[in-house]
Design a protein around this ligand. Structure first.
Ligand code: PMV
Length: 344
């Protein structure tokens, strides 16, 4: 039995959204994207290579210990393990346990942290240590494009294929976390999984009559976002964040058939964020494919944001997060040393 390898990989919040895929299975995006890697929202995953001829095991860490994973998550995760095994040129089964620090499938990039953590843990369990660009491509091959960005810390861009930027198909760091301490107050409006997956959203996006306009506007917007990060200017970045969030949802709502991710409280939170700005607090909202709202601000304004949003009607709690350094190896294993052992 090989040693257990455990990693923690963070989620990320997209400033420029990946929305629409040229090839969904391989997650080849129709547009470039840019995100901030988070710190508190993360997935922990342990992996252990089993003997030859043994099947893969996929466990979720729940309140009562390890539970077998099920449904489409299990199918996607095991298909990815098979892909990583082929890449590593190995043929043993792998035992995996995983745990999210935040609600999964609620538009909070759990697929990003989940597939980044799975990729890093399995690759390391097979004794491989590829370059970040290769890790990014491997994470992306899970079908979760945003996972390509979660293997890096700080501010991360994932260029569109064929743009000549970065190593082809891999995300690149634009600036490290230490460059700019941005905070993300996540307003939970809905903890339950969203009704339509982002994979479905990527497929339907080009059916929106507004999709072509968005593609035309994106290059200039991406330049503005990059420059705002370089200059640490929230005044420049903020309007881009809100435009992007609204446009993603405009496209989702006008796709055929339409997708509505917002809940009534989403709109109330957006109004409060606007109210905060009217009161002189520079805070800006963004959303991924879900009803929850990420409010981005600088550290000095975080208490005012928490104050204003913690009491908003119809919300189900707040999570405080901030820009993070990226994935790391951890020593608390989710698996016990023996097959079937429940570990910590
Ligand atoms: O990586 P996916 O397939 O879960 O898609 C992510 C889609 C958004 O979160 C809405 C945008 C993004 O770039 O993260």
């Amino acid at each position: 039995m090989s040693e257990i390898v455990s990693v923690e990989a963070p989620a990320n919040i997209a400033f420029i959204k990946y929305w629409g895929a040229r090839d969904l299975e391989r997650a080849i995006p129709l547009n470039p994207s840019l995100s901030m890697t988070l710190r508190a929202c993360a997935t922990r995953t342990s992996a252990q290579v089993l003997g030859r001829g043994m099947g893969d095991e996929m466990w979720l860490v729940g309140d009562g210990g390890l539970q077998p994973a099920g449904g489409s998550f299990r199918d996607r995760a095991l298909a990815h393990v098979a892909r990583l095994r082929a890449w590593a040129g190995r043929d043993e089964g792998v035992r995996i346990a995983t745990h999210n620090s935040f609600p999964a499938s609620a538009g909070m990039a759990s697929s990003a942290s989940g597939f980044a953590a799975l990729t890093l843990a399995v690759v390391a369990a097979f004794g491989r240590d590829p370059e970040p660009a290769e890790l990014s491509r491997l994470a992306r091959s899970s079908g979760s494009g945003s996972a390509a960005r979660s293997v890096l810390g700080g501010y991360v861009e994932w260029p569109a294929e064929g743009s000549g930027a970065g190593a082809e198909g891999a995300a690149v760091q634009v600036a490290p976390a230490s460059h700019w301490d941005l905070r993300d107050v996540i307003v939970l409006v809905q903890r339950r999984p969203k009704g339509v997956s982002s994979l479905q959203g990527h497929l339907r996006a080009p059916t929106s009559p507004h999709f072509a306009t968005r593609q035309r506007l994106l290059p200039e917007r991406l330049d503005r976002a990059r420059a705002a990060i370089r200059e640490r200017s929230l005044a420049q970045l903020g309007p881009v964040l809100e435009q992007e969030a609204i446009e993603l949802h405009l496209i989702a709502m006008s796709s055929v058939p339409p997708i509505f991710y917002w809940a009534p409280s989403t709109l109330r939170v957006l109004e409060r964020v606007r109210g905060l700005r009217d009161d002189g607090v520079p805070a800006f909202a963004t959303m991924d494919a879900g009803a929850n709202v990420h409010v981005i601000c600088e550290p000095g304004h975080e208490p005012a944001v928490i104050d204003a949003l913690g009491s908003a009607p119809g919300i189900d709690g707040l999570m405080r997060d901030r820009v993070g350094e990226g994935p790391r190896r951890i020593h608390e294993h989710l698996l016990g040393a023996e097959p079937g052992g429940t570990g910590v």
